[in-house]
Design a protein around this ligand. Structure first.
Ligand code: FPP
Length: 240
């Protein structure tokens, strides 16, 4: 399939791992394990396709409410995936970024994240951002806190706060806003993902469960994106 207009940045809510497993009579964690394979495939495929930025919602601030055993498994899966994949990502020119509130994690995870980020820092092929313990409202509140601290220290004037400055204070500073948002698993919600950054993003929802989201499914999302007209508040005639 030839895709004409490609998104620079795709953001994905990877939903449906639990149901995928349940449909097969397997424990939920089997779905998460299979979900990691989908992550691997989609990262490879985005690299091949020339997508510059991919942002994945791996664990939300709200996911702590799940049963303890599932939370523990997800954390272990994230850590082991990070440990096992970082060299391959690096060899493939992928820059890895982790966003989210990492303060509540132990030293082992923080060290691992710091190492992965510094190792891949100069890579240019694809920027892969993984959101862990992330919430869109947390991100906005953190930016507000950072700007308020600059005002308190006399480094910033209230009158000088602009949208640009707020964007630069968010965890996604330096990354362009997503062009395409994909949510798998049938729900049609943003679920506190990149609230500020999704202001003009094209939204794409599919019933396909994340473990079944493959290259064909991504191509369908890309075709849908290519067929849309992005107006950013202007009229259709102005765009044409
Ligand atoms: C949603 O499915 C999925 C998650 C909360 C976890 C996503 C994590 C991964 C795919 C694995 C690790 C990711 C990376 C980047 C290495 P769900 O459990 O809510 O499914 P359900 O709605 O069917 O219950």
């Amino acid at each position: 399939m030839t895709i004409t207009l490609l998104p620079r940045h795709i953001a994905i809510v990877m939903d449906g791992n639990g149901r995928w497993a349940k449909n097969k009579g397997r424990p939920r964690i089997a779905g998460h394990r299979r979900g990691v394979e989908s992550v691997r495939n989609i990262v490879d495929f985005c690299g091949q396709r020339g997508i510059e930025y991919l942002t994945l919602f791996a664990f939300s601030s709200e996911n702590w409410r799940r049963p303890r055993s599932e939370v523990d498994f997800l954390m272990e899966l994230l850590v082991s995936t990070l440990e096992n994949e970082v060299q391959k990502l690096h060899a493939n020119g992928v820059q890895l970024k982790i966003i989210g509130d990492l303060d509540s994690f132990g030293a082992r995870i923080q060290k691992l994240v710091a190492h992965a980020q510094s190792l891949t820092f100069d890579n240019k092929k694809l920027t892969l951002t993984v959101a862990i313990n992330y919430g869109g409202r947390w991100d906005v509140a953190e930016a507000a806190r950072a700007l308020a601290a600059k005002i308190a220290s006399g480094d910033l004037l209230v009158a000088d706060i602009t949208e640009q400055l707020v964007a630069e204070a968010m965890s996604t500073a330096g990354i362009p806003d997503p062009d395409l948002f994909i949510r798998t698993g049938g729900e049609t919600r943003i679920s506190n993902f990149l609230l500020w950054q999704l202001a003009y993003t094209e939204l794409y929802f599919t019933d396909v469960l994340w473990p079944d989201f493959d290259e064909i499914q991504l191509d369908l999302a890309l075709s849908s994106f290519a067929g849309r007209q992005r107006r950013f508040g202007r009229t259709g005639e102005q765009i044409l």
